[in-house]
Design a protein around this ligand. Structure first.
Ligand code: NDP
Length: 492
């Protein structure tokens, strides 16, 4: 469907053609959908920041009005608890609001100093949309994770083609459908559903950027496919987040946060907590608190459950292998064990004294398993926290805020929370992303908006310069005089 046809359909009130309800499926659907998104992009860009903000604000209001519908859909596709799904909706609204409200300030044209050498020029920079952005999302937060790149890309003036996980196509479709109701023109968020092959086709479709969130292994395949067209990519990969607990920490608060960060969403969170390094003198007390709190959690189908199912059946074997390997190497089971596995559910497991080279400490577990290891000092904790290939999030507990900041600065992680966990994800002005196997590029915040834009520098001559170095007609002494001037100014 071309933009013109889409606009005509919109005028005719044909909502099936306007929005995600015409969702296409499979790799062969990708090309035509990307072509439609490309055709719609100039219209969307032409609305300007103010026009796009109006639409995105209306979308946010609609999402919140129908929040429980989205909660039900997230639950139906992922099995997560109602409160875990509500948390997603809260974050979706906040990030959408931020991107719409701040795009003009972050991306709009602004003057920059032209400097002494070029003082006859006025200089401006602005950030223009890339065109069509492809967003490939995971199933674990099917609304919150895609909304970061989707909101930023749309606010910047791009149109978007979203490929949700094959496990959560309904949430992707719902987002596109509700936006279609708010857009007075062609669809600017399109959805293609299907498995990995559909994602691979989107990578090959010569879109202007791919934002990928998923496992680091798939991220490598995405990058290889994007290399064919030199399509730039953002990779939000997996994580192995660590918490450092110093001797002066509020142990109650640290234990409460550790259990929530490790066990909420049944541990299926990219910035979920998987490792704690606690200073030896407070380790026993901390472990007792963690064991008590995690042991009180309810797992299963019951309506008051704290932990829902493990969504990917094969992940259960990964979790089991990590626990078995750790125990075989001498780790201590503080809570749970083989009896914790009742597929599709896994009840909380807490391990202590786990050898650092076991897979439970080197690879992403992505389940409700927390490793708590004691260390002699904060310095050792930092060294161990940094000793993995991932570098996504981290947290630090200490009553000394200056120490907290200093430890944060030494951690190889894209995001760190001091005396809190995962707080960075709820602050839309902060960039979100990692280093190493956790990927590169950023979503959220000003960095996220710029990620889906291209800078354009424009100069405009205000008056003819006294010396004209950029001309074959320059005076013979011009370059010598210029060098003398630069030496005088900057040569000392
Ligand atoms: P996957 O890597 O399995 O899949 C992610 C997305 O990529 C899915 O939509 C998937 O489709 C698609 N895909 C699969 N193969 C290809 C391919 N060859 N080319 C293009 N796309 C492809 O991750 P999960 O969905 O299992 O999500 C869990 C992972 O995501 C964990 O590692 C977690 O840490 C990470 N994650 C990272 C976050 C971050 O911000 N850093 C946030 C959330 C999760 P399909 O599902 O249909 O196969």
């Amino acid at each position: 469907m071309t933009a013109g046809a889409a606009a005509a359909a919109a005028a005719a009130g044909n909502s099936a053609l306007r929005g995600g309800t015409d969702t296409a499926s499979g790799p062969e659907a990708v090309g035509p959908v990307v072509a439609d998104a490309r055709a719609a992009q100039p219209w969307w860009e032409g609305l300007g920041f103010a026009g796009r903000k109006k639409v995105l604000d209306a979308w946010r209001v609609l999402i919140l009005r129908r929040a429980e519908e989205l909660v039900d859909l997230i639950r139906a596709e992922t099995g997560k608890t109602a409160d875990d799904a509500r948390l997603e909706v809260v974050l979706v609204a906040d990030h959408l609001r931020w991107s719409a409200a701040h795009a003009a300030r972050v991306l709009g044209r602004r003057r920059v100093r032209s400097g002494l050498l070029m003082f006859n020029q006025s200089a401006t920079v602005e950030y223009r949309p890339l065109g069509v952005v492809g967003v490939i999302g995971p199933w674990n937060y099917p609304a919150f994770i895609p909304i970061g790149p989707v909101a930023a890309a749309l606010a910047a003036g791009n149109t978007v083609v979203l490929k949700p996980s094959e496990l959560t196509p309904g949430v992707g479709r719902w987002l596109a459908d509700t936006l279609a109701e708010a857009v007075p023109g062609p669809a600017v968020l399109r959805v293609v559903t299907g498995g990995g092959q559909t994602g691979a086709a989107l990578c090959r479709a010569a879109v202007d950027k791919i934002s990928f969130t998923g496992s680091s292994a798939t991220g490598r395949r995405v990058m290889a496919a994007c290399a064919q067209n030199l399509t730039p990519v953002v990779i939000e990969g997996g994580g192995k987040d660590a918490m450092i607990v110093a001797a002066d920490a509020d142990l109650d608060a640290a234990a409460d946060a550790a259990v929530w960060a490790a066990m909420s969403n049944a541990g299926q969170t990219c910035v979920g907590l998987e490792r704690v390094y606690v200073v030896a003198e407070v380790a026993d007390g901390f472990l007792r608190l963690v064991g008590d709190r995690a042991g009180a959690l309810r797992t299963g189908e019951r309506p008051d459950a704290d932990l829902g199912p493990i969504v990917l059946p094969r992940q259960i074997e990964v979790i089991r292998a990590h626990v078995q390997d750790a125990v075989a190497r001498g780790a201590r089971l503080v809570l749970g064990g083989p009896e914790s596995f009742a597929p599709p559910h896994v009840a909380p497991i807490v391990l202590a004294d786990v050898p650092e080279d076991s897979i439970a400490l080197t690879e992403e577990t992505f389940g409700p398993v927390l490793v708590v290891n004691r260390v002699a000092s904060v310095d050792e904790a930092v060294a161990r926290a940094n000793a993995v290939s991932y570098g996504l999030g981290a947290s630090v507990y200490t009553r000394d805020r200056a120490q907290g900041r200093s430890i944060a600065g030494r951690l190889r992680a894209g995001m760190v929370s001091v005396n809190a966990v995962i707080a960075f994800a709820g602050i839309p002005a902060l960039p979100f992303g990692g280093v190493g196997d956790s990927g590169f590029g950023r979503v959220h915040g000003p960095d996220g908006l710029r990620e889906f834009s291209r800078s354009q520098a424009v100069t405009s001559q205000r008056f003819r310069p006294f010396m004209q170095p950029n001309s074959f007609a320059r005076d013979p002494g011009t370059m010598r005089a210029l060098l003398r001037m630069v030496r005088a100014l900057y040569g000392r």
